[in-house]
Design a protein around this ligand. Structure first.
Ligand code: S3P
Ligand code: PEP
Length: 467
């Protein structure tokens, strides 16, 4: 099946509303461009595909930050090359870190990192729309004692950052905001960092506020003592990933009994050699495709154990009706059984858009809880899902922290992606099951998976009943 990119003549009601972006800026151009529609491949039944998913964004960007802070060189095999990781690599290069890329015979990328004295600037860092760049790099700038101007996409300028920036201010950094306080764009001057390294963080808006500080904890002169303020902690699996990643690389992290406090001693990180796992969150739409088409999808190199939240696809999809096996060669096989059950699920975090799309295809209602903070993701994902899933026939209600999905009679629709890679892949999943779906700006998947359209099209082409 060919990948078709279709440009449409837009009705005035469909024209994107231009906001206050500067004329001629990339965002201005984006808003004024016509929408680009991708006719999602439809595969009525019986996929039988093997899909090699690219490396994990979350692990790649953690390893890159840690390699920059290590006391000796590191080698990162199977580094993800995507928009978010390119932004991280550019940020490290701006700090003067040595970066050498090698393409391996299997097409994967190895990155060799040579750390050194971090540049003090003044520097400019583009965070794009990457939460891992906008939250993880300011603490790196603090460790460097640097003066740095941070900015990103227009959509990044409404993503929450205040807790991590306030914490850096308590450590002595000075921050000047050019727009809204607590958000991009801002300039940070960390030339007078103090030795007080005990901080309290409200992590209800993002786990990345905690992860960001933990990643630099051992590089702060007095180490770090961190506590989460009372209340919900967003995406707790990602904090566990950070702790486990640090420990795996030899950094001791003491975690409080209530899993709400962390303590790290200074100066413990040597260079390392590591291979990044496949991105199990990004494997989700492919695995869900097996249920959506009553087919079989295999993903090789599925780790025997993982800190990725995407590891939970195994239990989620089996609860929803899939038959799943993991063989000794590391191949995860997901088979549809003709049944897709609704599910009640908490803390799905970044899995939520794909999961919500699958719930739309289920035979009973679903409720996804603990995801209120997804309103501060690439877009307000609760609002976006409410709008887009309704277009294909579901009745969707969002509350402060949850989404309820009642499946209805399915119908084709044009699905917007809101510059959100996971809304785009959720749309592709719906298109696989519903003939005639088009997804706007599928290229937004380049944030974490530049090959998505091709991988998806190749997978769909294995179906018995294709559209
Ligand atoms: O640390 C990370 O790599 C991530 C943490 C999570 O962020 P939130 O805690 O903001 O949900 C997750 O949704 C994001 O995709 C990646
Ligand atoms: C929320 C996400 O990304 P980010 O790292 O930009 O927060 C995501 O990938 O779903």
């Amino acid at each position: 099946m060919l990948l078709r990119t279709v440009k449409t003549c837009l009705e005035p009601k469909d024209l994107p509303i231009s906001t206050a972006s500067a004329p001629g800026s990339p965002t201005d151009k984006l808003h004024n461009a016509e929408k680009t529609w991708w006719a999602a491949p439809h595969a009525a039944t019986g996929l039988d595909a093997i899909v090699s998913v690219p490396a994990s964004k979350s692990l790649t960007n953690r390893y890159l930050i840690l390699a920059a802070l290590a006391s000796s060189p590191s080698t990162i095999h199977n580094t993800l090359i995507s928009r978010d990781t390119e932004l991280m690599l550019d940020a490290l290069a701006a700090f003067g870190i040595g970066i050498e890329r090698t393409t391996q015979p299997d097409g994967s990328t190895t990155v060799a990192i040579t750390p050194g004295k971090l540049a003090t600037g003044p520097l400019s860092i583009d965070c794009g729309l990457a939460g891992t760049v906008m939250r993880f790099v300011p603490p790196l700038a603090a460790v460097a004692g640097a003066s740095v101007a941070f900015d990103g996409d227009e959509a990044a300028r409404v993503r929450p950052m205040a807790p991590v920036l306030d914490a850096l201010e308590t450590l002595g950094a000075r921050i000047e905001y050019a727009g809204t306080t607590g958000m991009l764009p801002f300039t940070m001057d960390a030339s007078a960092l103090q030795e007080r390294h005990e901080v309290l963080i409200d992590a209800s808006g993002s786990s990345q506020f905690i992860s960001a500080l933990l990643l630099v904890g051992q590089a702060l002169p007095g180490g770090l003592k961190l506590r989460a303020a009372a209340g919900h902690i967003a995406s707790p699996d990602h904090i566990a990933m950070t702790v486990q990643t640090l420990r795996e690389l030899g950094v001791e992290v003491a975690v409080g009994e209530d899993a709400r406090s962390w303590s790290i001693a200074p100066g413990q990180l040597s260079g390392f050699t590591i291979t990044v796992e496949p991105d199990l969150s990004n494997a989700g739409p492919f695995l869900a495709a097996a249920l959506a088409t009553n087919g079989t999808v295999r993903v090789p190199f599925w780790p025997a154990s993982t800190t990725q939240v995407g590891g939970k696809w195994v239990q989620i999809l089996s609860r929803m009706g899939a038959e799943i096996s993991h063989d000794e060669d590391g191949v995860l096989t997901v088979r549809g059984t003709g049944v897709i059950r609704g599910i009640d699920y908490a803390d799905a975090s970044e899995l939520a858009p794909t999961l919500a799309a699958l719930c739309t295809l289920a035979d009973s209602p679903s409720k996804l809880t603990g995801i209120g903070h997804l309103r501060g993701h690439e877009t307000d994902r609760l609002a976006a899902l409410e709008t887009e899933l309704a277009k294909v026939g579901a009745t969707v209600t969002s509350t402060d922290d949850a989404l309820e999905i009642i499946p209805g009679t399915l119908q084709a629709a044009d699905l917007d992606s809101y510059e959100d890679h996971r809304m785009a892949t959720a749309g592709a999943l719906l298109g696989l099951a519903i003939e005639g779906v088009r997804v706007e700006n599928i290229a937004t998947t380049a944030k974490t998976m530049p090959d998505f359209p091709q991988l998806w099209t190749d997978m769909a082409a294995t179906a018995k009943g294709q559209g």
